[in-house]
Every structure is written in structure tokens, then in C-alpha cells.
Design a protein around this ligand. Structure first.
Ligand code: GLN
Length: 498
């Protein structure tokens, strides 16, 4: 049996070597099954992990990949393990969204992204921990407990896709899927020193993703390089008739645009938003961000400053719209159609709903449902929900105006600080919400955004930069970041030690 070195395998190298017959898919599967089994509990990154069950679930897919190999059929993700956030459906597997309410719930079908991954030869390996229903920025609001950061276990992984970020950062899989409603891919990626991409709204099908806020949610890849993000995006993206918000935009050639595109940033104009550089931004993050921009500049990009005054209202806008949509989406979890039912007997139907929901949902989710119900209620709808929708349009328009002035990318830090200490923000919702300041604009505007590592702070915790691009410009977004990546070699130099 062939053995591999941790962190030595990328999705790209695995697919290449399995496709050309150099490596056996069984060896890859065995290596990762063992690695996850040995280490995942240290970080609490996976939910319901069982090695034997995981191994059984892979058997059919391994046969499929071997058959493709015999038929000399190229599979873009042949033998590539992909860890999946616990809110994306994989037929027959548990899907619990980090919630007590969904304990024991199994998916009846594959999400479109899972179907596409399977057809591309991927190994669906492990379900990853998350903040309950995607609500949170630290992964501390999960019924399974927090996910620990591989760079320092006293710190959070970020959230809500914390388990997926750690799965990649600790090499439990070269790539993972997360979901991003207000930053849940990009922020944990940044806290864990990896790459994360939120695609344009409508690029990736949401069919089979448990909805948090449907007008903001997107599934996206997390990886240790731009090339792997591009590879996974090319597989999961594209129109899907089963998602009415799925876009018919031509599919991108992401891996090709990285390998064949220009290797300089000549002609790229990168804007920084003046209002983003104000209070709340930690000095070390600010410095790292500015020096990364210098590197982008040295590679040929022009850096300009822009103003986006609407950004000051982005957080209230997001937290009104996201909670409003959540209160409606989560109404289906009533303990009858879905979810765990209260064990109390002798209750009427109304009490059954109330008790099941009271017992099943965690504190943060209840807070969001109440907020969302409030902003949608008669008398407040106009004052909050309708106003927030108008604000969203204004913000979107101003962002598009910036792009219309010849700006190809907008850069900001991915988060105002590095990973918080465990427990630091759990009692203070507002300060946790404020930490989403850089990421939510891309969701409100429906544009693609990625985060990638640029350095470490004095405590050795990763710092990330965020780049946003106009809608459906993922090719240029990924290519530009890859030019920086080749120059900085960050991934080669930095690894968490545990
Ligand atoms: N932290 C944000 C929230 O709690 C974003 C979460 C997400 O993107 N799922 O809503």
C-alpha cells in the first residue's frame, strides 16, 4: 500500500495521478480514511464520523472510478476526497445542520453539487461541523460544540463553515464544500490559512442545500490553492433547472484560465474602499493587508482608492434580510414534517410545534427567528424589511458603479481580526455580527469573492485578504489571485503544526 505525506496532495495532483494510473484510488481513500479517523476528534471538525461506515459509503464510487480508468475515461476529480458541510445533502447520509432539531435526519437525495462531484469522480468523505443552520461566525453555535483552529487550539476556526475550513487546513481532504450567506466560506478560510470562494449568486445550484437566507446563500469550494478552487468550481458550477435562481451564464473555464492566462497583473485595477480602513480593523491585519497590496502592485496591478458610503449600513441591512428569510425558511422545522419531535405527551398540536422548536433550536437560531419575525410583522415590514431591501439595491448599485469605472477587483481584509479566542464573542452578538463587515457586501450584491492567506500575526494566526469581482467574473478573480500565489509561495512556507 502506497503512503502519502500529509499536505503533499492537492486535488489537481490526485486527479492527474489517478487518471494516468500512477496512483490507485483505493490507496488515496485508505490514506484519508486513516488520517481523518486518527485526528479529526482533536479539532471536532467532523460530525458523526465513523470510519467503517465512511469506507462502505465509498465502495460504489471507487468501483465507478476504477471502471472509468479501465475505459480510459478522464474524470476531472478522479479519486479526490471532498469534505462536505453538514447542510448539503448526500443521499442516505445524515444532514443535521449542526442542530439538535435535525438529529438523526438523513438526506433523501443528492444535492446537485454532490451529483456533479460524484460524476466527476470525487470521493465524498466526511460531514463537517458548522454553526447551527449557518448562523454564526465562530462555529461555537453548533450542537456538536466548537471547531478548534489547527494553528492554535485555544482559538476558533471561524464560521459557519468551520469544519470544512479545518478539514482542508489540517488535510483531512484537499478540498471541501462550504456555504456562504454572509462570509461563511471566506472568513473561516481566512482564520484557518486556506483559500475560500463564494461564487456569484446563481453560479452554483442551491438544490439540496438547506436554506438559511435563500437570496444570499451560495455553495462554494475551500482549498489550499487557487488551482484547486478553480477545479472544484468548474465541476460544481453551471445552470441547474432544479434551482430557479440558477443562472444561464456561460460556464467558465476556470482551470484553463489559471494555467493559460497572463502571469502578470498588468491592466488590473484594484480598488480599496476608504470606509473599510476605519476603526475596528486590527493593526496587524491592516499592515499585512497593505503589504499584500504592495505585492499585488509589484506584480503589475494599479491600486486606487474608492468610497462606498453605503457600506456603513451593510451590517444592519444584512441582519434584517438574512433573519427575515431565515424566519421563513426555518418555519418548516416543526417536529412533524422535519425535525425531532418533543417527547412530551398529552400536548395539543400547537404545543407540539412550540415545544419541538423550543427544544430543538439553539439560542442564536431562536434569536434570529425572533428578529426575522419582528422585521416581517405587520406595521414593521415597511420600516425594516422593505427599507433594507432598498438599501441592498443602493449598495449593489454603488458597487457596480465602482466596477464601471474600470476597477476589476475590490480588495479588503477578509476579517477585521485573526481568529478570536474561544468564548470571546459568544455572549456579545453585536460584536460577532460586526466582524462580518467585509464579507457581507458580496452576498448582498450577488458578486463573487474569494479570500486567501497573506501572512501570520504575532501569535502565529493566519491573516487573509478578500478580493471581490463583478458578477460572473470568477475567471479573472481566480487568475489574479493565482498570480499573487505563485509569487508569494505562502502555502509552501506555512503549515499549521499540531
Ligand atoms: N456570520 C454570518 C451570519 O451569522 C454569515 C453566516 C453565513 O455566511 N452562513 O449570518
Amino acid at each position: 500500500m502506497r503512503s502519502f505525506d500529509p499536505f503533499s496532495l492537492s486535488a489537481q495532483t490526485i486527479a492527474q495521478n489517478v487518471n494516468n494510473g500512477t496512483w490507485r484510488v483505493e490507496d488515496i481513500a485508505e490514506y484519508y480514511l486513516r488520517r481523518v479517523s486518527d485526528i479529526q476528534s482533536v479539532f471536532n471538525s467532523h460530525v458523526g464520523w465513523d470510519r467503517d461506515i465512511a469506507k462502505n459509503e465509498l465502495e460504489k464510487q471507487i468501483d465507478f472510478i476504477r471502471a472509468a480508468r479501465l475505459a480510459q475515461k478522464h474524470l476531472p476529480l478522479a479519486g479526490v476526497p471532498v469534505a462536505i458541510k453538514d447542510n448539503i445533502m448526500v443521499e442516505g447520509q445524515l444532514v443535521t445542520c449542526g442542530s439538535r432539531l435535525l438529529q438523526g435526519h438523513r438526506a433523501a437525495y443528492d444535492a446537485t453539487v454532490i451529483q456533479r462531484l460524484k460524476q466527476a469522480g470525487a470521493l465524498i468523505l466526511g460531514r463537517t461541523n458548522m454553526d447551527e443552520f449557518g448562523m454564526g461566525s465562530t462555529n461555537e453555535f453548533s450542537v456538536y460544540g466548537p471547531v478548534l483552529n489547527p494553528w492554535n487550539r485555544h482559538h476558533v476556526s471561524g464560521g459557519s463553515s468551520g469544519g470544512s475550513a479545518v478539514a482542508v487546513a489540517a488535510d483531512f481532504a484537499p478540498v471541501a464544500l462550504g456555504s456562504d450567506t454572509g462570509g461563511s466560506i471566506r472568513q473561516p478560510a481566512s482564520f484557518c490559512g486556506i483559500w475560500g470562494l463564494k461564487p456569484s449568486y446563481g453560479r452554483v445550484s442551491r438544490y439540496g442545500l438547506v436554506a438559511y437566507a435563500s437570496s444570499l446563500d451560495q455553495i462554494g469550494p475551500m482549498a489550499r490553492s487557487s488551482a484547486d478552487l478553480a477545479l472544484v468550481l468548474s465541476v460544481i458550477g453551471g445552470h441547474d433547472p432544479r434551482d430557479s435562481s440558477s443562472h444561464r451564464h456561460p460556464e467558465g473555464h476556470f482551470p484553463e484560465s489559471l494555467s493559460k492566462g497572463p502571469k502578470s497583473l498588468q491592466g488590473q485595477r484594484i480598488a480599496i474602499i476608504k470606509e473599510f480602513m476605519k476603526d475596528g480593523l486590527v493593526a496587524e491585519v491592516r499592515e499585512a493587508f497593505l503589504s499584500a497590496l504592495e505585492e499585488y502592485k509589484s506584480l503589475g496591478a494599479e491600486i486606487v482608492e474608492c468610497s462606498l458610503p453605503e457600506i456603513d449600513l451593510a451590517i444592519p441591512t444584512y441582519y434584517i434580510l438574512a433573519t427575515a428569510e431565515a424566519s421563513s425558511n426555518l418555519a418548516r422545522f416543526d417536529g412533524v414534517r422535519y425535525g425531532q419531535r418533543t417527547q412530551k405527551t398529552g400536548v395539543n398540536l400547537r404545543e407540539l410545534y412550540m415545544l419541538s422548536r423550543a427544544e430543538g433550536f439553539g439560542r442564536e437560531v431562536k434569536q434570529r427567528i425572533m428578529l426575522g419575525t419582528y422585521v416581517l410583522s405587520a406595521g414593521y415590514y415597511e420600516a425594516y424589511y422593505a427599507k433594507a431591501n432598498r438599501m441592498r439595491e443602493l449598495l449593489k448599485r454603488s458597487i457596480n458603479n465602482i466596477f464601471a469605472q474600470g476597477v476589476s477587483l475590490i480588495a479588503s481584509p477578509a476579517a477585521p481580526s485573526t481568529a478570536f479566542e474561544l468564548g470571546q464573542k459568544t455572549q456579545d452578538s453585536l460584536s460577532m455580527y460586526l466582524s462580518d463587515v467585509y464579507t457581507i457586501a458580496a452576498n448582498l450584491a450577488g458578486i463573487p469573492a474569494l479570500s486567501h492567506p497573506i501572512g501570520l500575526d504575532s501569535k502565529g494566526l493566519p491573516i487573509g485578504i478578500q478580493l471581490m469581482a463583478p458578477a460572473f467574473q470568477e475567471e479573472n478573480l481566480l487568475r489574479s489571485a493565482s498570480v499573487y500565489e505563485q509569487h508569494s509561495q505562502w502555502n509552501e512556507r506555512n503549515r499549521p503544526r499540531f
